[in-house]
Ligand binder design. Structure first.
Ligand code: ADP
Ligand code: ADP
Length: 217
């Protein structure tokens, strides 16, 4: 069965939510480039300082630093058996770099790319109600509320609204997705690894469709 996954889909489609579920089920690490950047932001590392402006404007962080950050994470021992990438790659250049990294470091390749499809108006609703904790657990005020208002079910930390989840930045991020990331759908379709998943269903139903699709790969 497939072990090296790339989750594709626009911001707010549910990539992170599904990646967490799949990661637990399959026992392979969920690596979110957005979470890695936010960790660097919180710790005020040089990378965090560089990335902050891009993230808050809803633009992509430059390819070279992004690729280096993810490459370092993938090279750790917990990724030996497989990885579930979420938010990376986001440009064709990054996708080509990932192919090279997997080939050179692990003699392997991306073997399944679930692409979660959701209409734009739904994305805006999902992102504006998203609440996150500092460890990357994600809830929604309406569609997936925490048991206690404002508190993460998993680790008890406070939930916050991401600065880039405002209506204005969200529309910029969706445009950036259409422009720079959507071409990856064709990139992976041509490689025969793309699976399209209808994301306009409840979280559990999306998971079921996802498991069924990748079980065949
Ligand atoms: P992405 O990682 O693609 O940006 P997230 O997984 O963070 O998306 O989900 C965006 C928001 O939508 C979160 O608040 C999440 O709880 C909610 N969400 C995710 N999947 C669904 C779904 N199938 N139905 C309703 N809300 C969802
Ligand atoms: P979402 O889950 O809503 O799609 P992410 O958490 O994946 O958002 O990303 C948040 C921000 O981090 C992006 O808008 C971008 O600025 C930056 N980022 C994350 N991943 C990448 C990447 N692969 N390339 C460039 N920038 C990235």
């Amino acid at each position: 069965m497939a072990q090296h996954f790339v989750m594709l889909g626009p911001p707010g489609a549910g990539k992170g939510t599904q990646a967490k579920i799949l990661s637990e089920k399959m026992g392979i690490p969920h690596i979110s480039s957005g979470d890695l950047f936010r960790e660097n932001l919180r710790e005020k590392t040089d990378l965090g300082k560089l990335a902050e402006g891009y993230i808050n404007r809803g633009e992509l962080v430059p390819d070279d630093v992004t690729i280096r950050m993810v490459q370092e994470r993938i090279s750790r021992s917990d990724c030996q058996a497989g990885v579930l990438l979420d938010g990376f790659p986001r440009t064709v250049y990054q996708a080509e770099a990932l192919d090279e990294i997997l080939r050179d470091q692990k003699n392997t390749q991306v073997d399944a790319v679930p692409c979660i499809i959701v209409a734009d108006d739904v994305l805006v609703e999902r992102l504006s109600g998203r609440r996150s904790c500092q460890n990357g657990h994600v809830f929604h005020v309406k569609f997936n509320p925490p048991k206690v208002d404002g508190i993460c079910d998993v680790d008890g930390t406070e939930l916050y609204q991401r600065e880039d989840d405002t209506v204005e930045t969200v529309s910029r991020r969706i445009r950036v997705y259409l422009d720079q990331t959507q071409p990856l759908i064709d990139y992976y379709r041509q490689k025969g690894v793309l699976v399209e998943i209808d994301g306009a269903q409840a979280i559990d139903a999306v998971s079921e469709a996802l498991f069924a699709a990748i079980a065949k790969m």
